[in-house]
Every structure is written in structure tokens, then in C-alpha cells.
Design a protein around this ligand. Structure first.
Ligand code: HEM
Length: 430
């Protein structure tokens, strides 16, 4: 199940959709450009109840940031709960695998969240991440070598689905033999947690999630046999040896699935969205080819205008005011990051793509106590992918194509990304 969107189609659409009642997060308009699809809300109804999803929707930068930051008023417990409640059949499918995750980093609240964060943060520090740079660059070039003489590629299938997955597993400490399983099952979680699958699709996605869960038990079992287990999972296992009251076996197993999901698809999608945005703004792509030092700034602008995590969730712990609206205790809240990133109160002419702007106020990685722990790795990867693509394929152009997305509230990136170039003009062979 996916939605097709023409690459040349404007993101405005039908005016009927511009009402709180008519708006759906599963429509093409939202998938293509969630920030633009909510321009009407930022303007006239920045916090609204959406009956299609049963979520309160927050669209302005200031409000989204304040919900992210007030962990005492908004719980993260709902973060990984399926948007579409699982059917009995999907629940039964999960039970077959003994699926029983516990709160991890993303969906825990203080005081547990503080402890998880303190014990796990060292695995994400630059001294642990930066040594991955040579592996990322080498792998990127190995992949480009495979298609550079072909003159065309689907950058997702030929490169961007695989490399962030390999990097994620390297970072986590999962053996490469499990790459195929993770690569195959990754979208099951997106569809199951953030999507609106049909009953059959939900059972299939539940099966994928169950397999992911079973893999987690196996991976942790093997890592625990080692004196010095590698990666983030290895670090967490060592932390468990010191703090068994904080890090349980179930936590470790849940984290295999959650960690792979957090690190892989987010980065695949962010890089694909960046390539699309840059190739649609050819002058700015050409400037990056001529001046690679501009790439880190361009990455921030791509994350601002075309983020891969479009929205994130919280639940109100009490009646709470957001902007001019009182959201009732227990209400579910969707903070639309992609909309906040296009708020003209913060960004001048927000719909304009401009690699020279200071885009750092974007909240593509969230904000506050839960802010993305992997942001340093994600940025490092994106910079290297763009450095190598601009170096080896500066003459690449975007094919005319329809982009397809897995309809869901939060994870967005095209399922394929076709580009072409003239092989005769390849500037470097390796
Ligand atoms: C461009 C790529 C990425 C984007 C857009 C992204 C985005 C996000 C967002 C929006 C959150 C929620 C933040 C909040 O609640 O305030 C988050 C949390 C998180 N991300 Fe990322 N992420 C990316 C890559 C990664 C990578 C590569 C890793 C792992 C290495 C990672 C690990 C995490 C973890 C562990 C959390 C939970 C942190 C916590 O709750 O304390 N992310 N990410």
C-alpha cells in the first residue's frame, strides 16, 4: 500500500482538505510535503483536533518545541504505540513470537528515561562515532563503484537503503550476517507503528515485527557470550553488568529493534529527501559540487525543509495549554516537525530552499530531554553520502518520476529515487 505523488505536482491540493475535519495524515498532500500541507493551520488554527486520527495536532515551531521540552506535562509513553490499533489477528501474530517490548529511550519518562539516557549516551559521543567515518566513506564508494558505469540508478535500491542499514548494524554491534533480516523487515515497524495498514497488511507487518523481535533475542544472546561486546548494544550489555536494576534483558531485546529502526530508515530517508531537494534546486547542487565545504550547512537546510521524521507524539498528562488551546488530560498529540520547520515566525520565506541560510533552529531531531541521540552519526553519514555523490556524480540529474511513500504519520522518504548521468562525463572513476 503506498501513495503516488508526481514530482512536479504543487503541494497545495484540494481546499476541502484545508479543514480540520477533512485533513488526513495519510493523504498524498501530507506525504509529499507535510510542512506545506499544514500552512493553513499554522496561519489560522495552529493547534487543532483531527478526528480522522483522534490526535491533537500542533503545527507552530514555538508550540512544537514547548511540547517537546515539557516532559513533566507531556508523556513520551505513546511514542511507539501503533497509530492504528492492532486487530485481534495482528495481536495473535505478535503473540506467536512472544512479542513483549518494554519502554526504551524514546518512549520512557523520567526518572527512568534519565537513567537510560545517562547510561547510554557515551555510546553516541563523537569519540565513538567519528571512527566510523572511514567505514562509511569506503562503503559508499564500494556501492557507487557498482553503478557508476551504468549511467542511471535507483539511489534507494542501489545505495541508500543498504548503507545506513550497514552503518546502523556496525554502530549497534550486530553481525553483518543479520543485515538481510534487518533490511527486509525495516518497513514492517514503520507500517505497523505509524501507518494505516489494511487488516491483511497489518498481520503481515506484525509478522515482520515478530521476526525482528526474535532476531533481537538471538543477537543479544550472542553478544552476551563475549567479554567485550562491540557497539551500542555491547555498551548497553556492559552497563547491564553494572546496573542490572536499570537495564533488563527485555530492554536490550527491545533496543535491537528500536535501535535499528531509529538509525536506519531515518537516515536513508533524510539522505534521499536531501538528494531530491538539491537536484530540484540545481544551482545549489552545482555549488556543492564546486565547494564541498558548503555541504554541512546544506544538510541542515535539507533537514529543515524536507525532514525524514515528519511528526512525533506525546500524550497530555494533565489539562494543558498549548498556544491558545487547552488540550485535555489523556489526549494524544502529534507534533508536526515538518510544519514547525516551515514556520515563518522563525524562518524567513520558509518554503524557499537556501543552503546559505542559518537553518540550525530546525527541530528535525526533536528537542529537549529526548532529542535524538544519534544526530551526530546521522549528520556525519549525510555529509559523507553527499560528499561522495557530488564528487563522483556531479552531472547526475533527477529522472521524471512519481515518488511513492509508505503512508504513515511520521517516517517519510521516497521508496525509489531514479537518477541518470552521462557516463562519458564521469569526472572520476574511483
Ligand atoms: C536524519 C536521521 C535522523 C532523524 C531525522 C532522527 C530524528 C529523531 C527524532 C525526531 C527523535 C525524537 C526526539 C524527541 O523526542 O525529542 C529521535 C530520537 C532518537 N534517535 Fe534519532 N533521528 C535520526 C537518526 C538517528 C540515528 C542514526 C540514531 C542512532 C544511531 C538515532 C537514535 C535515536 C535515539 C536513541 C532516540 C531516542 C532518544 C531519547 O528518547 O532520549 N537517530 N530521533
Amino acid at each position: 500500500m503506498d501513495s503516488a505523488v508526481s514530482s512536479n505536482e504543487p503541494a497545495t491540493g484540494c481546499p476541502v482538505a484545508h479543514t480540520t475535519a477533512g485533513f488526513s495524515f495519510f493523504d498524498r498532500e501530507y506525504q509529499e510535503n507535510p510542512g506545506a500541507s499544514l500552512a493553513w493551520a499554522r496561519e489560522s488554527q495552529p493547534v487543532f483536533y483531527n478526528d480522522d486520527s483522534d490526535y491533537w495536532v500542533v503545527t507552530r515551531h514555538e508550540d512544537v518545541k514547548s511540547v517537546f521540552s515539557q516532559f513533566n506535562k507531556f508523556s513520551a509513553a505513546i511514542t511507539l504505540t501503533p497509530v492504528t490499533p492492532p486487530s485481534e489477528a495482528a495481536g495473535a501474530q505478535l503473540e506467536k513470537y512472544g512479542f513483549a517490548p518494554c519502554p526504551v529511550l524514546a518512549d520512557s519518562d523520567p526518572p527512568m528515561h534519565r537513567q537510560y539516557r545517562r547510561l547510554n549516551a557515551p555510546a553516541f559521543m563523537p569519540d565513538r562515532i567519528d571512527p566510523l567515518a572511514s567505514y562509511i566513506r569506503q562503503t559508499t564508494n564500494d556501492y557507487i563503484d557498482r553503478f557508476v558505469e551504468r549511467g542511471h540508478a535507483d539511489l534507494i535500491a542501489d545505495m541508500l537503503w543498504d548503507i545506513p542499514c550497514l552503518v546502523a548494524l556496525q554502530f549497534l554491534g550486530i553481525p553483518e550476517e543479520d543485515v538481510d533480516t534487518v533490511r527486509r523487515l525495516a518497513t514492517s515497524m514503520t507500517e505497523f507503528v505509524w501507518g494505516r495498514p489494511s487488516p491483511e497488511e497489518q498481520v503481515r507487518a506484525a509478522d515482520g515485527l515478530g521476526q525482528f523481535w526474535a532476531m533481537g533475542e538471538r543477537v543479544i544472546g550472542k553478544l552476551k557470550e563475549l567479554d567485550d561486546p562491540p557497539g551500542w548494544l555491547g555498551h548497553a550489555i556492559k552497563m547491564q553488568r553494572e546496573h542490572p536494576d536499570v537495564i533488563s534483558d527485555t530492554w536490550l531485546q527491545t533496543n535491537v529493534m528500536g535501535g535499528a529502526m531509529a538509525a536506519h530508515e531515518t537516515t536513508t530517508n533524510a539522505t534521499a529527501n536531501a538528494v531530491v531537494t538539491l537536484l530540484r534546486n540545481r544551482d545549489q547542487w552545482d555549488r556543492l559540487c564546486a565547494q564541498p565545504a558548503l555541504i554541512p550547512g546544506a544538510v541542515e537546510e535539507c533537514l529543515r525543509l524536507n525532514p525524514s521524521v515528519a511528526a512525533w507524539r506525546r500524550i497530555a498528562k494533565e489539562d494543558v495549554r498549548v498556544g491558545d488551546v487547552t488540550i485535555p488530560a489523556g489526549a494524544k498529540i502529534l507534533m508536526v516537525i515538518a510544519s514547525a520547520n516551515q514556520d515563518d515566525a522563525v524562518f524567513e520565506e520558509p518554503e524557499r530552499f537556501d543552503i546559505d541560510r542559518d537553518a540550525k533552529a530546525h527541530i528535525a531531531f526533536g528537542a529537549g530531554t529526548h532529542m535524538c541521540l544519534g544526530n551526530h552519526l546521522a549528520r556525519l553519514e549525510m555529509v559523507i553520502y553527499l560528499e561522495e555523490l557530488t564528487r563522483r556524480l556531479p552531472h547526475m540529474t533527477l529522472d521524471h518520476q512519481e515518488f511513492h511513500y509508505v503512508p504513515n504519520t511520521s517516517f517519510r522518504g521516497p521508496e525509489s529515487l531514479h537518477v541518470s548521468w552521462d557516463v562519458e562525463k564521469n569526472p572520476v572513476l574511483s
